[in-house]
Design a protein around this ligand. Structure first.
Ligand code: HEC
Length: 108
């Protein structure tokens, strides 16, 4: 009755290999990008999108690092009004702010 049980199709092995290879590529790529960003810098892109994506929050990439540092210091001291950046800016030291500004300004 019915068809004889087929244990394994000949192509199943190569599909499994392909899936494993794709998984490896996806696992490795973000890890490499993350390791290049200074601490805290990757959190900025959650709100600050790219120039292409537009949106209400201004993009940081392409801005002068000095301008980003100055804005962060103004947010931290309350010289510049903010909704969220005052709190975020207070979370970083001057050193961290410089490293973040240098990194985010170079993102594309
Ligand atoms: C929770 C969302 C959010 C996150 C996360 C965030 N920002 Fe902002 N950022 C804003 C908003 C909103 C403004 C506009 C000012 C305000 O309302 O606080 C802003 C403004 C700025 C500005 C002024 C930009 C300009 O062109 O006027 C700079 C510089 C800046 N952010 C840097 C950063 C950096 C650096 C980080 C990461 C450490 C960061 N932001 C993370 C929401 C965010």
């Amino acid at each position: 009755m019915g068809r004889p049980h087929q244990a394994r199709a000949p192509w199943q092995g190569s599909i499994a290999l392909l899936v494993a290879a794709i998984a490896l590529v996806f696992a490795a790529a973000p890890a490499t990008a993350q390791s290049m960003a200074p601490p805290g810098a990757s959190s900025c892109s959650g709100c600050h999108g790219s120039n292409a994506s537009g949106g209400a929050v201004p993009a940081l990439q392409g801005q002068e690092p000095g301008g980003i540092v100055a804005a962060m210091q103004a947010f931290r001291t309350g010289r510049r009004e903010a909704t969220v950046m005052d709190r975020i800016a207070r979370g970083f030291t001057d050193e961290e702010t410089h490293a973040i500004a240098a990194w985010v300004s170079q993102q594309r």
